[in-house]
Design a protein around this ligand. Structure first.
Ligand code: PLP
Length: 398
């Protein structure tokens, strides 16, 4: 640090402090002003968007409410020293991911979140007039991107029990084979939380032309307990045209840090690489390496998420509201009235819930938060729905 930098910093703070008096934040939410009058208390301005966000129960984006574990925080903190560098040791994040999955580094492509991977797949395999095949609702950013680049989507309805209709996906892909750029399979699906079984994944891959790329989005892989589910990674190792998208945003609690990746056959990674931005920061690369190793923390996050999901689903079912069986860190409840005003009602009570997912316009998606946040959801739900009649609806019914 240059010898005079402390002076210049003091000068900067000093200017501000002279203008305002010397301010410290009191725990009771007031700014205590020292200086001209020691006793002068300045009330804080009314809460703005930042305070509202911080205080809200955040059940809208399927995040890990606990944030990164200590092991990851430590790794990221140590990596801060690379903030000013372009070329720096990156913890061998690509090799670590490859090792984790039993593939080679040439099979891995990093993304600024798996959202970037979904976009890169779109840029690579779609173009004007091309189409992606998938269900609706699902994680719609694939479709939004397709529209943005003047490609299109064939969106198939879910089955009555909200599972994905694999035979319909096969039919649509075969029927429009020449126009289809890739098939999108979100497993477990967001927003429903329902899985595609390992048998169904095989049925899909065996039922469509073998050169058709299939993007399997496994963002919620780590939360699944159903033995009928399996990762589709072995298909990559087999050399099938399969791209797996994974993220550090969910179980690893790094959504704000932006890290995800694709695992795919070498040729597909080569096709995709020119379309990726390569803008992953030094800090999250080290965080990602630590996160891959900290399986104990992931188990703990999974355990409490499932406990909270089970508890919330049981409560809502007891109140007469059908809950879609979920394998993710979120669930949908059939509220039997339009969801848009209900989302606003929750917001007024300081509870942020999921956005609408047409055509499921009477279902509310709730992410699993901390036990305290879930309690706040439960209280708000009872208040908002207090007037509604209690009638039974079978679990998973529309
Ligand atoms: N895929 C699915 C299914 C998601 O739900 C999300 C985020 O909610 C993403 C991908 C993108 O996540 P990220 O870009 O943070 O990795």
């Amino acid at each position: 640090m240059p010898a005079d930098s402390s002076f210049s910093r003091r000068g900067f703070v000093g200017g501000l402090a002279t203008a305002l008096g010397y301010l410290t934040l009191k725990p009771d939410g007031e700014l205590l002003a020292h200086g001209a009058s020691d006793a002068l208390r300045i009330p804080l301005p009314p809460p703005g968007p930042v305070e509202d966000y911080d205080l809200a129960a955040k059940l809208g984006n399927n995040e890990n409410p606990y944030g990164p574990p200590d092991s990851v925080m430590k790794a990221m903190t140590q990596a801060f020293k690379y903030s000013n560098r372009y070329g720096y040791p990156d913890g061998d994040i690509v090799e670590e991911i490859a090792k984790h999955h039993g593939v080679k580094a040439e099979n891995v492509l990093l993304g600024a979140g798996s959202g970037e991977i979904l976009t890169v797949v779109g840029r690579t395999y779609l173009g004007v007039g091309k189409k992606v095949v998938g269900v609706e609702p699902t994680y719609g950013s694939v479709y939004q991107h397709a529209t943005g680049i003047k490609a299109d989507a064939i969106k198939l309805p879910l089955l009555a029990d909200f599972r994905q209709d694999i035979p319909a996906m096969i039919r649509a892909t075969r029927m429009h084979y020449r126009e289809i750029g890739f098939v999108y399979l979100c497993n477990p699906n967001n927003p429903t939380g329902r899985i595609v079984t390992k048998g169904e994944v095989r049925q899909l891959l065996d039922g469509i032309p073998e050169d058709m790329p299939v993007l399997v989005d496994e963002a919620y892989h780590h939360y699944v307990t159903d033995p009928e589910y399996a990762t589709s990674l072995p298909y990559v190792i087999e050399g099938r045209q399969v791209i797996i998208a994974r993220t550090f945003s969910k179980i690893s609690g790094l959504a704000g840090m932006r890290l995800g990746y694709a695992v795919a056959p070498k040729e597909m990674i080569q096709q995709m690489r020119p379309h990726s931005g390569g803008s992953i920061n030094a800090i999250v690369k080290w965080g990602g390496v630590a996160a891959l190793r900290d399986t104990a923390s992931q188990e703990a996050v999974k355990k409490v998420a499932i406990e909270q999901r089970t508890k919330a689903a049981a409560e809502l079912t007891a109140l007469g509201y059908a809950v879609v069986p979920s394998e993710g860190n979120f669930f949908m409840v059939h509220i039997r009235r339009p969801v848009v005003p209900v989302i606003e009602e929750f917001k007024k009570k300081g509870v942020i819930v999921g956005r609408p997912f047409p055509p499921m316009t009477e279902h509310l998606r709730v992410s699993i938060g901390t036990p305290d946040e879930m309690k706040r959801f439960s209280v708000a739900f009872r208040e908002i729905f207090a007037a509604a009649p209690k009638t039974a609806g079978g679990a998973g019914s529309r």
